[in-house]
Design a protein around this ligand. Structure first.
Ligand SMILES: [Fe+2]
Length: 391
């Protein structure tokens, strides 16, 4: 992972610098290339297809392809862990002993995700060698070096299985990752979101993401009235995962301006899931969305699609995203073979996360950096964190 050519996603000052520049920053979404001074012909040259060609060419900057030696090192550490007979929840840097150089490379990747381009992909983990338990162990071991895994549901699951359980995507209580339906652009509930692909679908299931910061900046330039709306709270459904003492909805703006306490820079961060906003509309007592709010959300959704980066995850790929400066999505898929699409998911709370606004406490519980309580789904005191090995 080269660090010399990367560009921050989160800083407004940096975004402005990029958009004034005549050169396109390496490995950022094509939204970065569109400035108010751009000619219309220049804008059109940065449509998604064009960007994806460029993005492919620069993949060496954001993709870490595991070498044979690195895969061997992972397998050795795994053998050590197996011999301990510990539960996957107990995997640590000590029980899964990777070399310090491997760990430092993981930490550099994490810092690039948080402070640099906002995403990374690791490719070539030899998953075909391993059982599901082994793959879960490896993923948790890598994740735990980067941060603390937090619960992804009310059952305390710190390892999620992105899998079609046959749930109805049209039900307001369904979480779309449990279906085969397309997931529109959204954020999850953690600083870093990791997806490990065990098997992709025979058709569809493409992974998409976009710089939410650049989307905001573009909306602010083109439609300042809509940007202002997106800075104001929307009613959001909890889809049944309701902490004690809370109601079925809460209020949250899509974008927040936050002054970073370490750099003094004003950052924009995003928190968004249209399906949760739409689900809130089905709950009695929720005020109806205004026409301007609907227009702002539609504008944002369309812009995300226009500026997206898209790729098909391969078996053995791990995709990492900074949740606060990117939105992610996936296309619908079909399981036509006897081996259905199966991804593992981690939500991580790193020690050096971005400054979060107080408003995030509603959704993130705590905004304290490195807290095991920052992000995730709040669980009851008597629920234990677990690492389910199967969907
Ligand atoms: Fe997600």
């Amino acid at each position: 992972m080269s660090r010399g050519v990367t560009q921050p996603l989160a800083s407004i000052a940096e975004v402005r610098r990029f958009t004034r520049s005549s050169r396109v920053p390496s490995c950022t979404s094509n939204a970065a290339a569109t400035s108010s001074s751009s000619s219309s012909s220049r804008k059109s040259s940065y449509e998604s297809s064009h960007w994806n060609e460029r993005y492919e060419k620069e993949s060496h900057e954001w993709m870490w392809t595991f070498t044979d030696e690195e895969n061997d090192e992972i397998e050795l550490a795994l053998r050590h862990f197996r011999a301990t007979n510990l539960d996957v929840m107990d995997v640590t840097a000590e029980t899964f002993p990777l070399s310090s150089s491997f760990q430092n490379k993981l930490l550099a990747m994490r810092d690039e995700i948080l402070q640099g381009r906002g995403f990374a992909v690791q490719r070539g983990l030899t998953v075909a060698r391993y059982s599901n338990k082994d793959i879960c162990t490896i993923f948790c071991a890598i994740g735990k070096i980067m941060g603390i895994p937090v619960s992804q549901n009310k059952f305390g699951h710190v390892l999620g299985h992105v899998y079609d359980f046959g749930n109805d995507p049209l039900s307001p209580s369904t979480r779309l990752y449990t279906t085969s339906a397309a997931q529109p652009f959204h954020t999850d509930s953690a600083d870093i979101v990791g997806l490990l692909c065990i098997r992709n679908a025979s058709a569809g299931g493409d992974s998409q993401w976009v710089s939410s910061v650049r989307c905001y900046e573009e909306i602010k330039r083109e439609r300042a009235d809509l940007a202002e709306v997106l800075l104001q709270p929307f009613f959001v459904s909890r889809k049944g995962e309701i902490p004690p003492g809370c109601g079925p909805t809460y209020e949250m703006a899509v974008f927040h301006e936050v002054e970073d306490d370490r750099t003094g820079e004003k950052n924009i961060i995003g928190i968004y899931d249209r399906s949760f906003i739409d689900a809130a509309q089905t709950i009695e007592g929720t005020p109806k969305l205004t026409s301007l709010q609907i227009e702002a959300l539609n504008y944002l959704d369309a812009l995300c699609v226009k500026r997206q980066i898209e790729m098909r995850l391969q078996s053995g790929d791990i995709q990492w995203l900074h949740n606060h400066t990117t939105f992610h999505a996936r296309s619908a898929f079909k399981n036509e073979s006897e081996f259905p699409r199966h991804l593992l998911r981690l939500w991580l709370s790193p020690e050096n996360g971005i400054k979060l606004p107080d408003a995030f406490k509603t959704r993130f519980n705590s905004t304290e950096r490195g807290s095991s309580n920052r992000g995730g789904i709040k669980i009851k005191d008597d629920v234990k964190l677990v690492c389910p090995l199967e969907p």
